[in-house]
Design a binder for this molecule. Structure first.
Ligand SMILES: [Zn+2]
Ligand SMILES: [Zn+2]
Length: 330
C-alpha cells in the first residue's frame, strides 16, 4: 500500500513545482514577445527515473523505523523525449516502473492515443531496461504496433523469448533495428543515435544513446563496465562529452565498499569517484555537463546533502533529478 501511494505523492510534488516555476517567475523562464513560442515549443528530454534496475528502495528493503516520509523512493532509469510542436513522445527504456512513468509523461505532455508513444528505444536486456514492455501486451494496454528500437541481438532476444515474442506476434510492438553509430531520425527536429558500450552482454549487446535536437544534444549511458574499455572500442568519454550539452552517465555506485563493505573492484560499473577522477582536468564547463544517473539503492549520493552528493557537486558534477528537463532548442 505504502509503495503504491508514495510515488504518486512524490510525482505530484515534483510536477507542482515544475508547473509553478514558469508562472511564478513569468518573464524569467518564458520570455514575452516573439521568443516565447520558440522556447515553449522546443523539444526536450525529461528524466523519468534515476535508479538502477532494482529501483529505490529495492525489493526486500526493510521499512525504516520512524516516519515513512523519510524513505527515499526513485524510479528506474528512463528518459522521455517530447516534441511539443507535434505532440510526439518517445521513451528511452521500458522499465519496471513503466506505468508510473507513462502517467508522469501524460501529466507533462499529453498525447493522443494509448500509450501515445511514437517509439521506445532500448539500451539492453537487463531487467531494469526493457521489462516494462509487458504493459503493452493484451493483459494491460493491448497496444497497437508501438515501434521498439533495438540492436540486432536485443531484437532477436525479444522475437525468440516469451513473453516478449507474443508482443511481437500480436503486433503490440513492431521492432525497428538499430545500428551502432547510425542515427534514427525521429522527426524534422530530433534524432537518436545508438553507441555500443562495453557492458555485461548476457542476453544482448549494450548501447548508450545520443539524443539530438535543433541546437542541443544529450548523451545517455546508464550502464558501462569501464570507461577505459570504451577507449579500446575507439570511443572516448571525453570526445562524446564534447559533442553534447548534457551527459547522463552511469553513476551506479559512488565508491568501493559501499555494498556491505565488500571489495567491488570487479563490479561492472565505474565508481562515480573513478569517473570524477578521470574527468578532473577537464574545463569546468565540460564537467558541468555530467549528471550521474542509474544510482544503486546503496549509493549515498542519492541523498541530497550527503557527503557523497557534496563531493560530486564540489568537483563540478551533478546527480540527475527526476522530472528535470533539458531543452534541445536554442
Ligand atoms: Zn542497468
Ligand atoms: Zn545492465
Amino acid at each position: 500500500m505504502h509503495q503504491q501511494q508514495q510515488p504518486r505523492g512524490r510525482w505530484r510534488i515534483g510536477l507542482t513545482l515544475t508547473a509553478l516555476v514558469p508562472s511564478a517567475l513569468g518573464v524569467g523562464l518564458v520570455r514575452p514577445g516573439p521568443s516565447a513560442p520558440v522556447l515553449e515549443a522546443a523539444p526536450y528530454v525529461v528524466v523519468l527515473g534515476i535508479a538502477q534496475d532494482g529501483g529505490v528502495p529495492q525489493a526486500g528493503a526493510k521499512p525504516q523505523s520512524g516516519s515513512s516520509s523519510d524513505e527515499l523512493e526513485r524510479h528506474v532509469v528512463s528518459l522521455g523525449v517530447i516534441d511539443p510542436e507535434t505532440t510526439e513522445r518517445w521513451l528511452i527504456e521500458a522499465t519496471p516502473d513503466f506505468p508510473a512513468q507513462l502517467r508522469a509523461l501524460d501529466r507533462i505532455a499529453a498525447a493522443p492515443g494509448t500509450p501515445g508513444l511514437r517509439g521506445i528505444f532500448l539500451t539492453h536486456a537487463h531487467m531494469g531496461h526493457y521489462t516494462g514492455l509487458m504493459h503493452l501486451g493484451h493483459e494491460a494496454i493491448g497496444a497497437r504496433q508501438v515501434p521498439v528500437y533495438a540492436m540486432p541481438q536485443m531484437a532477436e532476444y525479444l522475437r525468440t523469448n516469451g513473453p516478449w515474442s507474443q508482443l511481437v506476434r500480436l503486433e503490440n510492438i513492431v521492432i525497428h533495428p538499430l545500428r551502432d553509430g547510425t542515427s534514427v531520425r525521429l522527426n524534422r527536429r530530433l534524432s537518436v543515435t545508438p553507441l555500443l558500450v562495453p557492458h555485461r552482454q548476457e542476453f544482448s549487446e549494450v548501447v548508450g544513446f545520443r539524443i539530438e535536437g535543433p541546437a542541443k544534444a544529450v548523451l545517455f549511458v546508464p550502464d558501462i563496465d569501464r570507461w577505459d574499455q570504451w577507449d579500446r572500442h575507439g570511443r572516448s568519454l571525453e570526445a562524446e562529452l564534447a559533442r553534447v550539452d548534457v551527459a547522463y552517465l552511469d553513476g551506479t555506485f559512488f565508491a568501493d565498499r559501499e555494498v556491505g563493505g565488500r571489495d567491488m573492484s570487479a563490479f561492472p560499473h565505474p565508481f562515480i569517484t573513478t569517473t570524477m577522477e578521470r574527468l578532473r582536468s577537464l574545463p569546468a564547463e565540460e564537467r558541468a555537463k555530467v549528471r550521474f544517473i542509474h544510482l544503486n539503492h546503496s549509493n549515498p549520493a542519492l541523498r541530497p546533502g550527503s557527503d557523497a552528493r557534496r563531493a560530486i557537486e564540489a568537483a563540478g558534477f551533478r546527480v540527475a533529478e527526476e522530472l528535470e528537463r533539458v531543452y534541445l532548442g536554442e
